[in-house]
Design a protein around this ligand. Structure first.
Ligand SMILES: [Zn+2]
Length: 206
């Protein structure tokens, strides 16, 4: 493990390396951020947003929590979405889960994890919603599919947020995507669940 001082030294080296390659890099970033993407991902240390899509600082606005959950009343996540959509004007919101997610695995187990079980309850709800499809799967397959279904449900939750619905009503060009990342090989799979307008939703499910 690196010491805290070593991390600070590494930061100095990184900053001077970036500046050497692009002398104006930090000056530009200092004045504005102009990301086209909002990333909603898992807090897992193996899934760093910018790195896995190879984008530099300034290009992705990021919100991460355990198991990339978007809760209708989570003011933290909703504020991020509002700022990203209304102020930064992002064009894409990407919900990116990952296989082997510890949060999803824990939600499959009996609820004995303390406080976090309240958060994992949202994933248990996803399992209950898709109980028929998930019935009979072995543990690994159940975990993989629940990771995927969790992303699909969170895309819906983003699309149902007042901010996104309002943006679409105002004609904004904004798409919400669902992706899943494999920690085993570094590859992202598009779950083909993209929503880009109110027309994607039957009126009674908006
Ligand atoms: Zn995770």
């Amino acid at each position: 493990m690196k010491t805290i001082d070593e991390l600070l030294l590494a930061n100095r080296a990184w900053a001077s390396d970036v500046k050497e390659r692009d002398p104006d890099f930090f000056t530009h970033l200092h004045y504005q951020q102009n990301p086209d993407y909002l990333w909603i991902g898992c807090s897992d240390s193996r899934v760093p947003a910018n790195q896995i899509v190879d984008l530099p600082p300034g290009e992705v606005f990021v919100h991460r929590n355990i198991a990339n959950v978007v809760v209708h009343s989570d003011l933290n996540c909703l504020s991020v979405i509002q700022y990203a959509v209304e102020v930064l004007g992002v064009k894409h919101i990407i919900v990116c889960g990952h296989y082997g997610c510890g949060g999803v695995k824990a939600a499959i187990e009996p609820p004995e994890h303390g406080l976090i079980d309240n958060w994992l309850r949202h994933i248990r709800d996803v399992r209950r919603l898709h109980a028929t499809e998930l019935e009979g799967l072995d543990h690994d397959r159940l975990c993989d599919r629940l990771c995927e279904l969790n992303v699909i449900e969170q895309v819906r939750n983003v699309a149902h947020s007042t901010v996104v619905q309002e943006a679409w009503r105002n004609g904004a060009s904004l798409a919400v995507h669902g992706w899943i990342y494999s920690v085993k090989n570094g590859v992202i799979k598009d779950l083909k669940t993209t929503v880009s307008s109110l027309a994607h939703y039957p009126k009674n499910s908006r």
